[in-house]
Design a protein around this ligand. Structure first.
Ligand SMILES: Nc1ncnc2c1ncn2[C@@H]1O[C@H](COP(=O)(O)OP(=O)(O)OP(=O)(O)O)[C@@H](O)[C@H]1O
Length: 516
């Protein structure tokens, strides 16, 4: 009965720990700066700690500890009994504990190190397997006949890892045979002593049998204690890994004097002062000494070649990365002193790789302002303004239609339609600053023009910074910033830059030629 109750309790505690620690890990992942997500080592770490269930790992040392206490009581009783028969029996029955402890601890450490070492290959195997089984890659896999190739790659990584683990298990089994031989040898010596005692009449047959059983049980208890101690050591290595993750530094460190909210009314604008930036673990300066002033309510276009640093610049403006040198000021407040939550409350953005949430249209738009997710009137109004309404009203459940096929039989959208949904999401929040990283690349030219005209009327009074490769769109901006190799090459209005006859002029003229 107690065994059953114990097992129900353990299952209950494990489930609670799975939930609670899972929540801590999610909470930590949400609060970590974006820079962590640029680092493969971070993903390896996350992969290691999420494997195998938290409940089991956290409960295991406690259960093992209780097991050690139980075995210790048995062990002390048997040791005293054997000592009374003959002092050497007590000593010999505990001798096997030491090699067991040393060998099991060694293998525990080796297993942990092997798992750590194998994580990149294991992640690659999982990634390759996901490529073979998810919808996004299904098209290319078939068109480029990549299936067999990826399958072989997966096999190689998977088999290499399992072979190494099997090798370690084999070594551990051989060591276990050695340990059993030591135990048997010690038992043999004890048996010799007991038989000698029996021979000289210092022991009755009854005592002989109970002593032999005592030696056997004492050895089993002491080996159990050693194995459990080694197990605690091994689990401890995993737990350190888990706690190291939970201790990643996620907070902006403010003092009372330095913590600021975003200015309630932007008066002077955004000042980017001598900004330089490198990605973590990279030596290359992606932004190099950028100085720009953006006035409140100004519409600014950032243009430039691929890789010139446009997206990186807007990410720095949003405080997603800590800059290397220089800073960004909103009015007179340095971005590093603005509370991150408040900063993000006051700006909205669409990125090139915007999210396509496999939820309803209503969700996809209202996620733009999580405090306002039930405001259907606003969703509908933004839907009409951005052209989303044109295709949504033809759908079976209107704004409650599920999108994508991941969570059910939802509606499929075209690239341009998804992009309109993302634009609607960004406009749903009434924020002072709007950042658009190539928001119209999937739209046809007429629709693109329409979207920009709508943007102008809908974002009246707001500061808009947009990245575009289309010079016709950039032309509408109050100010155009041309980036080249991480530096500001030119800055001014369309007319100013055309007059300069330099970078912008070149880009504009080339594109104008396509259309003429
Ligand atoms: N997460 C990252 N980690 C390391 N380097 C990066 C990362 N993202 C971008 N880079 C590098 O930074 C440079 C600038 O990239 P960025 O995306 O800012 O350019 P971009 O001007 O927006 O380009 P595009 O027009 O192609 O979108 C590139 O050389 C790129 O390789």
């Amino acid at each position: 009965m107690i065994g059953s109750i114990d097992s129900i309790n353990s299952a209950n505690m494990e489930a609670k720990l799975d939930y609670y620690v899972g929540l801590l890990v999610i909470q930590k992942s949400i609060s970590l700066p974006l820079a962590y997500f640029e680092d493969a080592e971070f993903y390896h770490h996350l992969d290691r700690i999420t494997k195998g269930g938290y409940g089991n790992k956290l409960l295991s040392p406690i259960k093992t500890m209780l097991g050690i206490i139980k075995s210790s009581i048995t062990m002390i009783s048997l040791f005293s009994f054997l000592w009374m028969i003959h002092w050497s029996l007590g000593i010999l029955s505990i001798l096997s504990a030491f090699p067991t402890l040393i060998i099991q601890t060694k293998f525990g450490r080796e297993r942990f190190q092997l798992i750590r070492f194998q994580t990149p290959a294991a992640r690659e195997a999982n990634y390759t397997s996901a490529l073979l089984t998810n919808r996004q890659s299904a098209k290319e896999i078939r068109i480029f006949n990549l299936g067999e190739f990826f399958k072989e790659r997966w096999k190689k990584r998977f088999l290499l890892n399992s072979r190494n683990m099997l090798k370690l298990n084999k070594k551990q089994d051989i060591a276990r045979i050695l340990l059993d031989s030591i135990t048997a040898l010690l038992f043999g010596i004890c048996a010799y002593i007991v038989v000698s005692l029996l021979k000289v009449g210092k022991m009755t047959i009854g005592e002989f049998i109970s002593t032999a059983q005592g030696i056997h049980s004492a050895q089993a208890s002491i080996n159990g204690i050693s194995t459990n101690l080694a197990k605690i050591y091994e689990i401890n290595l995993y737990l350190i890994d888990l706690f190291e993750y939970l201790e990643y530094n996620d907070e902006q460190k403010f003092t009372k004097e330095t913590r600021n909210l975003f200015p309630s009314y932007l008066q002077k604008g955004i000042f980017i002062k001598n900004l330089s930036f490198k990605y973590p673990k990279s030596n290359q300066l992606v932004l190099n000494g950028i100085t720009i002033h953006i006035r409140p309510g100004e519409k600014v276009a950032i243009v430039g070649d691929n890789g010139s640093g446009k997206s990186t610049l807007v990410k720095c403006l949003m405080g997603l990365y800590q800059v290397e040198k220089g800073s960004v000021f909103y009015d007179d407040i340095d971005i590093v002193n603005i509370d991150n939550c408040d900063l993000h409350k006051n700006m909205t953005a669409i990125f090139q790789d915007f999210m396509k949430y496999a939820f309803t249209v209503m969700d996809n738009i209202s996620f733009g302002d999580i405090h306002n997710t039930h405001d259907f009137e606003l969703v509908k109004r933004i839907g009409i303004q951005t052209g989303v309404d044109d295709f949504v009203k033809k759908m079976p459940k209107d704004y409650d239609t599920l999108l994508g096929k991941i969570l059910g039989e939802g509606e499929e959208l075209s690239g341009g339609q998804w992009q309109k949904i993302a634009i609607a999401r960004s406009l749903f929040r009434d924020s002072k600053i709007l950042i658009l990283d190539e928001p119209t690349s999937s739209l046809d030219p007429l629709k693109e023009l329409e979207v920009y005209e709508q943007f102008n009327s809908m974002t009246n009074g707001k500061t808009v910074i947009f990245i575009s490769h289309r010079m016709a769109a950039a032309r509408m901006a109050d100010k155009i910033i041309v980036l080249k190799n991480g530096k500001v090459a030119e800055c001014g209005t369309h007319d100013d830059l055309m007059f300069l006859k330099s970078e912008y002029y070149q880009m504009y003229s080339v594109q104008a030629k396509w259309y003429s």
